[in-house]
Write a protein that binds this ligand. Structure first.
Ligand code: P1T
Length: 391
């Protein structure tokens, strides 16, 4: 990313989120809000001689603005956007070939698990699903053909925390790439590249856009060699987002820091409330001292997301009663929007994880995942209180 002249960089996170890639001097109109360019193609001076853009799949001004801004939020050189978080992951897998081996954390988004186990494995990629919170297991899983370690942290839905620095050190020493899905924390709270990862991967659908109205993904890297490989794949596989969606996310990033601060505060209040409730068996939240990775979390993040995972007393019937009784929380998949959501991973977001794997990970039928939004905390607690009464 070229650093624009009129702001002395580096600046604070929100200053970059609001300005980088969006300097009014870039446009003849001097518009403060970057113009939305919907054109799918661009006039050339003479054959194969063009100004900057050629065809909408390979590049677009509205996408460029967002990619520049995203890169700067991780103090990185490069970012690429895709039509969904899974499209970003799938494109990343395109860097490898049949016979290559990938080590993945065991507790990951169900759709990512499905992509690995049901699609990519058909094309000859070999996967080992490992408890990556145990460094010795990561090291033991590395084989001569291992090309990638894939981590989510905190994990979806059990909120386990992986030690990014420790895994990065192993990956580096064995010449293996490390990709970290940073969807839950965003670069405001955790920057995997600064901790040694080669690539940060995002579902921008979640906190980064934050308004539950765009599906999009991104890969961020500081490595120019990886950027070249991924740019080639972005254009060759073609899973790119629309210019309109890019401008929506560019707008949303401006409030990312304030939103994350409020998600963090609301979620910890909800976690503390639930932890003492008689209808609750256990609460999982990395900001609670009871969480096994409480200390590790503090070493690599500067706050928490809005995610809270809770084991309710009872079986699936009680969990269903609770979920259908909620009035402020909406029963729906996804997370990271301004509105609070609740869901039952075993039959919703993680239904594609085989039952025996879910059992191993404790993704039971009484495990409920909350995405705590930005509503008033008193209303959220009151809603949880009345719904818990129903079980
Ligand atoms: O939905 P999409 O933009 O394709 O992103 C996929 C994805 C990737 N990584 C993580 C950590 C995710 O949580 C997701 C999507 N997750 C949900 C839809 C969910 O409810 O968990």
């Amino acid at each position: 990313m070229d650093q624009p002249g009129y702001l002395p960089y580096p600046k604070g996170f929100s200053t970059r989120a609001i300005h980088v890639g969006q300097e009014p001097e870039k446009w003849d109109s001097m518009a403060l809000v970057p113009p939305l360019v919907m054109s799918t193609t661009f006039k050339q001076y003479s054959p194969a001689n063009f100004k900057e853009f050629e065809y909408g799949r390979s590049g677009n001004p509205s996408r460029n603005v967002l990619e520049e801004c995203l890169a700067s939020l991780e103090n990185a050189k490069h970012a690429m956007c895709f039509s969904s978080g899974l499209a970003a992951t799938n494109t990343l897998l395109g860097m490898f070939q049949s016979g290559d081996h990938v080590i993945s954390g065991d507790d990951i988004y169900g759709g990512t698990y499905r992509l690995f186990s049901k699609v990519a494995s058909k094309f000859g990629l070999e996967f080992s699903i490992v408890d990556t919170t145990d460094i010795t297991k990561v090291e033991a899983a590395i084989k001569p053909n291992t090309k990638l370690i894939w981590l989510e942290t905190p994990t979806n839905p059990c909120l386990k925390v992986n030690d990014i620095r420790a895994v990065a050190a192993i990956a580096k020493s064995r010449n293996v790439l490390l990709a970290v899905d940073n969807t839950f924390l965003t670069p405001y709270l955790q920057r995997p590249l600064e901790l040694g990862a080669d690539m940060s991967v995002y579902s921008l659908t979640k906190y980064m856009n934050g308004h539950s109205d765009v599906v999009m993904g991104a890969i961020v890297t500081d490595r120019t060699d990886l950027n070249e490989r991924l740019r080639f794949l972005q254009n060759s596989l073609g899973a790119v987002p629309s210019p309109f969606d890019c401008s929506m996310v560019t707008r949303s990033l401006k409030t990312l820091a304030v939103r994350m601060r409020q998600h963090s505060a609301n979620a910890i209040a909800v976690a503390k409330f639930l932890e003492t409730h008689e209808k609750v068996v256990k609460v999982l939240h990395p900001g609670l001292p009871s969480h096994p990775h409480y200390e590790l979390t503090k070493k690599q993040t500067s706050g928490h997301s809005g995610m809270v995972t809770v084991y309710l007393k009872g079986e699936i019937e009680q969990a269903k009663k609770f979920l259908t009784a909620l009035k402020v929380f909406t029963l729906a998949e996804s997370l990271g929007g301004y509105e609070s959501l609740a869901e039952l991973p075993s039959v919703m977001t993680h239904a594609s994880v085989p039952p025996e794997q879910r059992k191993l990970l404790n993704i039971t039928d009484n495990l409920v995942r909350l995405s705590v939004g930005l509503e008033d905390i008193e209303d959220l607690i009151a809603d949880l209180t009345q719904a818990l009464k129903q079980i």
